[in-house]
Design a protein around this ligand. Sequence first.
Ligand code: BT5
Length: 324
Amino acid sequence: QSELRKKLLDAFTNHDDDYLSGQYLADLIGCSRTAVWKHVEELRKEGFELEAVRRKGYRIVKTPENVTADDIRLGLKTKFIGQSIHYKESVDSTQKIAHRLAYDDAPEGTVVIAEEQLLGRGRMDRAWHSPKYSGIWMSIILRPNLPIPKAPQLTLLTAVAVVQAIEEITSLSPQIKWPNDILMNGKKVTGILTELQAEADRIISIIIGIGINVNQKREEYPDELKDIATSLSIESGEQINRSVLIRGIFNRLEHLYEIYLENGFYPIKLLWESYAISIGKTITARTLNHTIRGKALGITEDGVLQIEDEEGKIHSVYSADIDL
Ligand code: BT5
């Protein structure tokens, strides 16, 4: 995405529905009117509909069906999250690409988004089903200056941001299942995967992978997921504009992340608990070596799950799969 293109889209963002003249845009962006016209033509090829009225100028009347970096940019008001977008048609995993970019010093807030993942992954190398055009498969690079044990807090923070963005643009009220699932009516609509690049005991970068089932239909799911997965569209009965949701997530995530860096995890913890599904209930947590059954008491300041078993013993769970 060229700087000129970004400036052009930002001009439309900042003027809502106004017509912007070729000359105005050229002056603002610092290019010729011909260059403006060329960018407008490129946007049209991408699926934008632009109205051009004599003596008034251009106005965007419709955005593309598919997600594009330009479409996400239009209306984006964040400071850093999503300011650099790597948009791909098909990849093995957005996590893999983001890791490489992070290693190559990509700035904080850089995002990799793909229409399809051939080898999308969950935790512990499980597969993440990522069919073309119907979901949001993206990885976001953050660079918080934090000790490694705090990393799981960012998974919880991301879950809150995604839930809030979904609530904002749909009629749905999803819930969070510790640590990384977002559910609708008991079925998984979003999974989050947080991975680290670290040095000694500090985080260098954290790659937050977010997979959201958006417009899949029930019959499109493979058999093994039919009973456990759902999409926003199945739950709401509406087709959802993915670019709008992506922008909503960028906005929420940046906002919460800034609160977090300034005030610590406590305010995020309160929000998280207000969306959590399992707190106060009896659950089973399967870790790598143990199975613990008991009452979920809540999460600690560090984001660690506390479970009280039948004998009243309290277990701290750092990572597990939860059965409700
Ligand atoms: C997760 O793992 O839930 C993390 C998923 C993260 C996916 C994103 S997409 C962008 C980025 N790039 C990647 O390659 N990954 C990230 P976990 O808690 O381990 O759950 C995995 C399990 O969820 C699988 O074993 C399936 O049972 C189930 N599953 C797989 N695909 C699903 C889907 N599309 N919707 C709901 N459940 C799914």
